[in-house]
Design a protein around this ligand. Sequence first.
Ligand SMILES: [Zn+2]
Length: 349
Amino acid sequence: MTTPPRVHFDPAGGIEVERGLLWLDAKQPKALGVITHAHGDHVGRHRRIVCTPATAAFVRKRTGHKAEYVEREFGEPFVVGDLTVTLHRAGHILGAAMVKVCGPGGSVLYSGDFKMTAGVTTLPAEPPRADHLVMEATFGLPEYRFPDDDGTRAALITFAQQALRADETPVFLGYALGKGQEIAALLSQAGVPCAVHPAIWNLCPTYRAHGVKFPGAVTLKRNPRDRCAVVVTPRLLRTPEVQQRGPLKLAVISGWAGRLDKVKADAVFGLSDHADYDQLVTLVERVAPQRIDVLHGYADEFAADLRMRGYDAHAVAGHRGPRPGETPGMFRGLRSKPQPKPDPQDGVE
Ligand SMILES: [Zn+2]
């Protein structure tokens, strides 16, 4: 019988390890916090921050927070007390990590947000084995089995090319860190000319520093001379830089594609930077844990599925996905003729 490091799930957000020796993705400031990736709902203003170099670059740029950044490459250990912390590739977005904490009696792995297959800007997750697994279940219902990503990417490129041939502007919505760069890299590497809103473009230098190319892509400006594809966040769709490029052909790219029937878009592509249902199960099989705690999304439903499969799995209270008929938060502003909405929390799809 193993005794992994003890974890406590803080209702304010984050995971406390060994009575506060270390925190994972805490939102409140802590003395020592690991940040799995730079989406806003995972970032706290800690005194010491353990994360990958890419995540450190994003957090600095997005928050300006001055801290002691302890940058660790994947697999490179960080020791605190009698715990050894290692980061492991999580897919999801550039720099995203799973966190493994090993103590004298066992190990715990926190998945953070993850994806088991490669994107244009990310490599697949590489989860290690662990005794206790704490995982997300954003898409933890069997109805969320995404179509093959390569086919979806090809359809997305075709949509852009057809719109440009018809002298229309294809507009792709993606949040400012992750999805936006993924779309821009996909289009530009396929030879589709594209203009990228500064909210997304400003984070591209970190991608370039990690080898991601955006050939021919430019920052989005007013008064365009040539028609090209546009990549923008949902909140910024109504800005003049986009609207003056009409006629527009609007494409939404999201794992929530099946829940977006009320959204006014010309196309919805089911491409996510999260694991789908089958990938969630794959993670569990690869980690082979003795105990599983499930957070985020369909935690209750997915934990129940895992118990049916013979695992000792539990849902962490207070986490749920959209109910039937509910449009996921970041897309609610697109259901009708728009009023500007508050900036949706990125990283929710
Ligand atoms: Zn995320």
